[in-house]
Each structure stands twice: as structure tokens, then as C-alpha cells.
Write a protein that binds this ligand. Structure first.
Ligand code: AMP
Ligand code: TRP
Length: 314
């Protein structure tokens, strides 16, 4: 079986963009691949230093993974910080990577464009991600479009390391679904935690209603583009063509229909999550056991790497 790996950062609540862009694939593919899905908690420190919040959000993502249907018997569900070998490997990647190369990262350029005081961690983010991917010998990495370049960086880094130290890493490939590569938010831009335009994956009916009513529409009276785009996550083109031609110009009706579809979709997920939340010790136990397995796999790889780079003496 080929190895599949991906992760989500524990920073705030995941939204339907995260779900359709990436997380749904984790569930759909868990029978076909040797899957390893983790919580990218070390990456979260590029945007937060609130220990209490991090703790809550780590448990939050673990609950999310289980609630959407990831099965810990089929799929390794762990947190990144339980595999400290990735930071060791990240350092080695830092030493064979140049600053001009990392300056090409979209994530870095975006941060720079916003004139942020950029941390070394933010700059280095793609190398830690490369270590996550390569230490597990991953073949495929399901992600949204915004992570494509990061997976390419992991590939480049694997090639460079192999060239310098000898064949060590598999070259990974990203897996991006065209139709959901970029899920739009309620303002029509990419749905993102940082744009305040999200619909949370476990939102209440009231929150969904409010968010959908807030979707930005133009006033031309035709098909409301942003409503339609979000609706296409839940209905086929044929179904939508009918609904939107029958209700042309009736934005309120169309929004109500969309809100109902989202509510119907989210309700069972929300209920499952609430159920899981009643037994947190079980969730922590799953993380702990899977973390140990992931760490053991990473340590075997790291031993090989230490041999290759010449530091294994005894
Ligand atoms: P993050 O919350 O940044 O850790 O993202 C988790 C996953 O969701 C990554 O694979 C992203 O590429 C994906 N993702 C985030 N926002 C969107 C979006 N608006 N559309 C599609 N995929 C997304
Ligand atoms: N950078 C990813 C994001 O923001 C999260 C992530 C960290 C990741 N390491 C990874 C995704 C390895 C896939 C594989 O969404």
C-alpha cells in the first residue's frame, strides 16, 4: 500500500473549506492507502504562543478527525510534537537549503507583503513541513491548492538530499481535487481562518443561517455567484441548474435552500463530535498510542538518515 500523509494546524475551528479541500479526502482514501493524518501543532506556533489555546485546539482537531470518520484502526492519527524527529530532520534540511530558495514561498511573500515581523519559524515553515512528509516516506499528500507549493518544496528537498547523501527519500506528490482546490468564503475570497469569512465545520444551525445570509451577492439580479459556488459543494450541477433557474433573482430563497443543505450536512458531524467529546480520555489515549507508533516509524528513518550523514559512530 502506498503511504498517504497530511495534517491540519490546530489554530481555531476548521471550516468547510478545510473539509472539502483536504479533510474529506483523508476519510475517502483511508481504505486505499496506508494513511497517516496528524495535527500540525508545531506549525501552529508560527501564529500563536497561547499554550492554553494550543492545548484546546489540539484536542479539538483530534475530535474533528474522529467526528468526520477517520478510523484510528485504519489510519494513524497523531500529533506532530509526538514525533520530535521531524525537528531534527528539519535542521538538516535547513542546512542544505538556501535563503533565496525559501524566499520564493508564497506563504513567506504573503507575510512579507503584509509587512509582518516575520519569525524565523514562518520563514522556515516549508522545511518543517518537508520533514513531516519525508520522514514518513509519504507517497501522496492530499491538500488544498494553497499547500501545493509546500509539497513541491518537500520534493525538491528530497531530491537535493538524495543527491548529496545518497538515495534516502521518496519523492512525494500532492493530491489536489480540482473542483474543491479553493473553496470560497462568504465574501467570495478563499475561505480562510484569517479572513473571517468561514463557515465552521461544526457550526450550529443558527451560525450557519447567519453566515449564509451574510454571503456577499451582487445586485445584478442574475445568479448569485458566491451562493452558487458554495452550493456546488452540496449539490450536483444538474440539481443546481434547476434550482437556480426556478428561483432566478430570488436571493433570499436561494440562500435559505443553501442554508438547509449545509445544516443537513453538518448536523450528523456535530452530533458525532459532541458524543466523542464526552469521552476525552479515550481521544487522548488514541493520540498517545498513535503518537508512539508514528515516532517509532520516524526513528527508524532517522537512524538511516544519521548513518547517511555520517554522525552514527556507535
Ligand atoms: P490549515 O487549516 O491551514 O492547516 O489547512 C488545512 C488544509 O485545508 C490544507 O490542506 C489546506 O490546503 C486546506 N484548505 C484551507 N483552506 C481551504 C480552502 N478555502 N479551500 C480548499 N482547501 C483549503
Ligand atoms: N502547512 C499545512 C497547512 O497549513 C499543514 C501541514 C504541516 C501539512 N505539515 C504538513 C500538510 C505535511 C500536509 C503534509 O495546511
Amino acid at each position: 500500500m502506498k503511504i498517504l500523509l497530511s495534517g491540519v494546524k490546530p489554530t481555531g475551528r476548521p471550516h468547510i473549506g478545510n473539509y472539502f479541500g483536504a479533510m474529506k479526502q483523508f476519510v475517502d482514501l483511508q481504505n486505499e492507502y496506508d494513511s497517516r493524518i496528524f495535527i500540525a501543532d508545531l506549525h501552529a506556533f508560527t501564529t500563536t504562543t497561547d499554550a492554553k489555546q494550543i492545548r484546546e485546539d489540539i484536542i479539538g482537531v483530534a475530535l474533528d478527525y474522529l467526528a468526520i470518520g477517520l478510523d484510528p484502526k485504519k489510519c494513524l492519527i497523531f500529533k506532530q510534537s509526538d514525533v520530535p524527529q521531524v525537528t531534527e530532520l528539519c535542521w538538516l534540511f535547513d542546512c542544505i537549503t538556501t535563503m533565496p530558495y525559501l524566499m520564493r514561498a508564497h506563504s513567506f511573500k504573503d507575510a512579507e507583503a503584509k509587512n509582518k515581523d516575520i519569525s524565523v519559524g514562518t520563514f522556515n515553515y516549508p522545511m518543517l513541513m518537508a520533514a513531516d512528509i519525508l520522514i514518513q516516506d509519504s507517497n501522496v499528500v492530499p491538500v488544498g491548492q494553497d499547500q501545493k507549493q509546500h509539497v513541491e518544496f518537500a520534493r525538491d528537498t528530497a531530491e537535493k538530499f538524495n543527491r548529496i547523501f545518497g538515495e534516502t527519500f521518496i519523492l512525494p506528490e500532492s493530491l489536489i481535487l480540482e473542483n474543491v482546490a479553493v473553496v470560497p468564503g462568504i465574501d467570495g475570497q478563499k475561505m480562510s481562518k484569517s479572513y473571517n469569512n468561514t463557515i465552521s465545520l461544526f457550526a450550529t444551525d443558527e451560525e450557519i443561517q447567519k453566515a449564509v445570509m451574510g454571503i456577499v451577492t451582487d445586485s445584478s439580479g442574475g445568479i448569485p455567484k458566491n451562493v452558487y459556488a458554495m452550493h456546488s459543494l452540496f449539490k450536483t450541477k444538474e440539481e443546481l441548474d434547476q434550482i437556480y433557474s426556478e428561483n432566478e433573482g430570488k436571493y433570499k430563497v436561494l440562500k435559505d435552500l443553501l442554508a438547509e443543505d449545509i445544516k443537513t450536512f453538518i448536523r450528523p458531524l456535530r452530533e458525532k463530535r459532541a458524543e466523542l467529546e464526552k469521552d476525552l480520555p479515550n481521544v487522548l489515549q488514541i493520540l498517545k498510542e498513535n503518537g508512539e507508533k508514528a515516532r517509532a516509524i520516524a526513528e527508524i528513518k532517522m537512524k538511516e538518515i544519521r548513518e547517511k550523514i555520517g554522525v552514527s559512530l556507535y
